[in-house]
Write a protein that binds this ligand. Structure first.
Ligand SMILES: [Zn+2]
Length: 201
């Protein structure tokens, strides 16, 4: 890959909107983070459809885990001591982190639902369009077939009429004289016997 390609604008945007960067931006500037999440849907193919919201949900759950554990221990009177749990909860940055966890968890779930609905809507729409196109094509084919049949019939009729009107040379089987008759049947001019013209196969 050439250096120019690596530093193309699209790759730069991809780098800016990469998963870890978006997660960090969501912490400091939530609105910008959400815009970046939406931008990712235009940047990446369907394979990445659920990657971002699932990552957001996982990060949110991880951020809320210490508080959740604390609640569980106090509510159920569990005799559990988890190393560093008190230190984490007592840290003055943890409330911010917990807010971030809540926000990212809810946003992740909403984005997951919306992207799922959008995806099924888009696939349904494209299916409908495909069905309509195939229906149109089959109707068109049937019409074409009908027209072709009609044309064939007209051609046959024309051939028959022209065969009836063109003069044919017929050798009389009785006297051997060559007669010119119009149509397929006629009479020999010499012996008056009936003669018939057959198309050569
Ligand atoms: Zn004859």
């Amino acid at each position: 890959m050439r250096l120019r390609n690596i530093f193309s604008i699209k790759n730069l945007i991809k780098l800016i909107c990469s998963l870890p960067v978006v997660l960090v931006v969501l912490y400091f500037v939530p609105v910008l983070g959400i815009i970046m999440v939406i931008a990712r849907y235009f940047l990446y193919s369907e394979r990445h459809f659920y990657r971002m919201p699932i990552a957001m949900i996982i990060v949110g759950l991880v951020a809320l885990l210490p508080r959740g554990l604390e609640l569980a221990i106090t509510n159920f009177n569990l005799n559990l001591s988890i190393p560093y749990l008190d230190t984490i909860l007592a840290h003055n940055l943890y409330p911010h982190f917990m807010d971030y966890g809540k926000f990212i968890l809810i946003a992740g779930i909403i984005i997951l639902i919306v992207s799922y609905l959008l995806k099924s809507f888009i696939s349904k729409l494209s299916n409908n369009i495909r069905t309509m196109v195939s229906q149109y094509t089959s109707t068109k084919q049937a019409e074409d077939m009908e027209i072709r049949k009609e044309n064939d019939l007209k051609m046959r009729e024309k051939e028959i009429t022209s065969a009836q009107q063109t003069p044919h040379a017929v050798k009389c089987p009785h006297c051997g004289k060559t007669n010119s008759i119009i149509g397929t049947v006629g009479k020999c001019k010499s012996c008056r016997s009936a003669i018939e013209w057959h198309a050569k196969k």
